[in-house]
Write a protein that binds this ligand. Structure first.
Ligand code: ADP
Ligand code: ZN
Length: 750
């Protein structure tokens, strides 16, 4: 206790002068923030972004609060305690953001520092951005005696068109077709004035007063509810459930407008692939400017710029993928989660979390409204609405009276409906395609399988080509002439001879991928203009935008696409959708397989007949009696859902029970087994309300060279599983080479 006094001559401890010490959360996997000394004269409010030493390193951190009193004997002296090195010039991280980080860490059983790293994913954003030097014309223009070379004249012309706006030398030079040296020469001659300028422009404020559409009575009622939620303030969660094309987007834009009107920020979360140029264009039409975007395609510079603009409250509307939730909004006033049922909101690596669920918590902590939007809401959200925890708004009709498409099931078991050998399109679908193309309309064939064939095997010995790093077949891609593993990205050239039996040219493709369907289409409709649209062919948002424009301009008659084409797009001439293998998602038997298949196929079907021309949908299936197929054909979501709810209730599966998964992985097969077995032995089996399954090899038993075992814990809805898991994990020693991941509310069972 006396150590501080002994060294400094004053009898001071942390308890006596707490203002001298702060807890700083570091972006590292430690369970707690660390204490640092506050240098004299440094003002460090809670939430301040600081730089601190850790061993030989310098790290950023966030002040999490004053240092807590320590038990006697653990108090470190002032002299020994490392000081905060500096404070970054930024508004402090808001209290609600800090509480959110702690909450997410506790819920997902992650280290708070790992969550902080998601909130400050670009630490370079903490630094003041370097200003560029821009040039503008000096007052009085060019002096009469200036030697005017053609290059100099072009520069002056370019600048004259800029109306006084400064431009960086490199930009000017590029536009004038000369070297930046010419620009600097003009500056030296006093013709141009150098001025400091920001590298990227400020985010313009969206104009919430621009007129929106004239709403139908139903839409208006929905808008009124959402506006009232903002005006009344406080937390509320509303499920906006409406068929595709019913105007959900237009309606939730009014929530955004209301948040803006109240002087706050708004966040729209979208699954990454739905964040399209089309969506951004619509936003711009409604609000006059583009929103701030936050997704994986941003450059480092855009990321820094956007992060700072959010932290300063200058970016008023952010649209982003799940990680946008963790940005440090100082005045968030409303959240929208569009396509809330999408599995893409679940992050499966690092901190494993569901962005929709965390968004609801964020709204709760911030006491603001949140809207969950979908044409096929998740059973979780529907149940929450049913049980009164969420409000609910329905938009049952398509805008402008467009009819829902006609859905026909093609029973592939029937001889006259089955495609010929090694072909994938039924004569029924073929005939429909022919009619559609003859009418000058567009069609889409949907198959959620990239590449040419999902499996390649040797005709001579039956050997299958498998990924060396994963429990997965290699997928043939003819476009790139490679074999690919869709789990780890491994690629290889297709071998000439079988590695097992040595037979040459013996490999045959089994089953269809989109490339193979495209081959069949080219045979059947040689004159149709076709496009294969997958994540392989559409790399980056620009490629996607280009493809969409081509389809809209009717430069394409027939699209063959995977799930990247299932969502959001609005093509007026698209009247036929053919689903090549409607049963694809039903195999595998995971908890949500049928729910997800229903959602995906419903969404794909919703692409057909979005405007005045009626749409038709054909589903090729071997299970026409399956409840999913029946519900799609009859447009009867409710009876399907009722059946699904009954099954889950009976098994006490989510949303009527809770699940948590443990995934044990490592390179050493035997060690992984040992740890998994030890976890199995120490599982809390004495508690009757819990069910423990496993350990068992994961379906993806090897992934990226790591062996994997799974355990699953199931408990009743009212029982939080985190303390049980914490207690369980504390009883087992985990060697450093083995990783045990905790997945609360698992969505993937691979
Ligand atoms: P959803 O999000 O439910 O799929 P959208 O908001 O995309 O529906 O609406 C479908 C189409 O109908 C869009 O082109 C949209 O601009 C248009 N639309 C919806 N409501 C209106 C309205 N009240 N007035 C004019 N156009 C509307
Ligand atoms: Zn692999």
């Amino acid at each position: 206790m006396a150590e501080a006094g002994a060294e400094t001559g004053f009898a001071l401890t942390a308890e006596d002068a707490p203002a001298h010490r702060v807890r700083v959360l570091l972006p590292l996997p430690f369970p707690e923030p660390f204490d640092y000394r506050v240098p004299d004269g440094m003002d460090l409010p809670d939430g301040a972004y600081v730089e601190v030493p850790l061993g030989p390193r310098r790290l950023f951190g966030v002040v999490w609060g004053p240092a807590l009193p320590k038990p006697e004997g653990q108090v470190v002296s002032d002299a020994k305690l490392k000081p905060v090195l500096r404070r970054f010039d930024l508004p402090p991280m808001p209290e609600v953001s800090r509480r959110f980080i702690d909450w997410v860490a506790a819920y997902t059983m992650s280290q708070p520092g790992a969550v902080l790293r998601m909130a400050v994913s670009v630490s370079a954003a903490l630094e003041e951005p370097r200003l560029l030097t821009g040039y503008r014309l000096a007052e009085g223009g060019a002096p009469a005696d200036l030697r005017l070379t053609p290059a100099r004249r072009r520069i002056l012309e370019v600048l004259a068109a800029c109306e006084g706006m400064p431009r960086p030398a490199a930009d000017l030079a590029e536009e004038a077709g000369c070297t930046p040296q010419v620009v600097r020469g003009l500056a030296d001659a006093g013709v141009l004035l150098p001025v400091p300028m920001r590298s990227l422009p400020r985010f313009a404020v969206p104009d919430h007063d621009r007129p929106g559409p004239v709403f139908s009575a139903e839409q208006q009622a929905a808008v009124d509810v959402l506006r009232a939620a903002v005006e009344q303030g406080g937390y509320s969660c509303t499920l906006l459930d409406g068929v595709t094309g019913s105007g959900k987007t237009e309606v939730y834009f009014e929530l955004v407008a209301a948040a803006l009107r109240s002087g706050r920020q708004a966040l729209v979360l979208l699954p990454e692939i739905a964040l399209s140029a089309q969506w951004l264009d619509r936003f711009e039409r409604r609000f006059g400017v583009r929103p701030a975007e936050w997704h994986s395609d941003l450059s480092g510079q855009q990321r820094r710029h956007t992060w700072r603009a959010v932290a300063h409250g200058e970016a008023r509307v952010v649209v982003g993928a799940r990680s946008a939730l963790f940005l440090p909004y100082p005045a968030l006033g409303a959240i929208v989660v569009d396509e809330e049922h999408e599995a893409a909101f679940k992050q499966e690596e690092g901190v494993i979390y569901h962005a929709r669920d965390m968004a609801v918590t964020r709204a709760h902590l911030g006491r603001i409204p949140i809207v969950l939007v979908s044409a096929t809401p998740s059973l979780e959200s529907l149940t929450n609405a049913e049980q009164g925890r969420y409000g609910r708004i329905d938009l049952p009709a398509r805008h402008g009276g467009a009819q829902l498409p006609d859905v026909t099931l093609i029973d592939l078991r029937k001889p006259d409906a089955a495609p010929p050998a090694r072909r994938w399109l039924s004569p029924v679908l073929k005939a429909a395609l022919m009619e559609t193309l003859a009418a000058g309309e567009q069609a889409m064939l949907f198959l959620n399988r990239r590449g040419y064939a999902p499996l390649t095997l040797c005709r001579a010995c039956g050997h299958r080509l498998q990924c060396p790093n994963c429990t997965a077949w290699l997928v043939e891609h003819r476009l790139t002439k490679r074999l690919q593993c869709h789990h780890c990205g491994y690629t290889a050239r297709a071998p000439d001879e079988c590695p097992n039996c040595g037979t040459e040219g013996s490999f045959v493709a089994c089953g269809p991928g989109v490339e193979r369907v495209a081959e069949e289409v080219a045979e059947l409709f040689p004159d149709a203009r076709t496009a294969v649209l997958t994540s392989d062919t559409l790399v980056g948002p620009r490629a996607m935008q280009l493809a969409i424009e081509q389809v809209k301009d009717h430069a394409v008659d027939l699209m063959i696409g995977t799930q990247v084409m299932a969502k959001g797009h609005h093509f007026p001439l698209l009247t036929l959708v053919g689903v090549v293998d409607a049963d694809l998602g039903l195999s595998g038997g995971d908890l949500r397989a049928s729910e997800r298949t229903f959602q995906l196929l419903h969404q794909v079907a919703g692409r057909a007949g979005r405007e005045s021309r009626p749409g038709r949908v054909f589903l090729q299936t071997h299970m026409p009696e399956h409840p999913v197929m029946q519900a799609l054909a009859a447009h009867d979501r409710d009876s399907y859902l009722a059946q699904e709810v009954e099954g889950r209730q009976m098994l006490e599966m989510p949303p009527f029970g809770r699940l948590a998964a443990l995934i044990v992985s490592g390179e050493d097969d035997r060690l992984v087994d040992q740890v998994a077995l030890r976890l199995g032995r120490t599982a809390p089996r004495e508690r009757a309300e819990l069910t423990i399954l496993g350990p068992a090899p994961a379906p993806l038993a090897v992934l990226r060279g790591r062996h994997r075992r799974r355990l699953l814990l199931k408990g009743p809805k009212q029982l939080p599983l985190q303390p049980i898991l914490a207690d369980w994990l504390a009883r087992v020693e985990i060697p450093a080479q083995i990783r045990v991941q905790v997945d609360i509310d698992p969505y993937s069972f691979m």
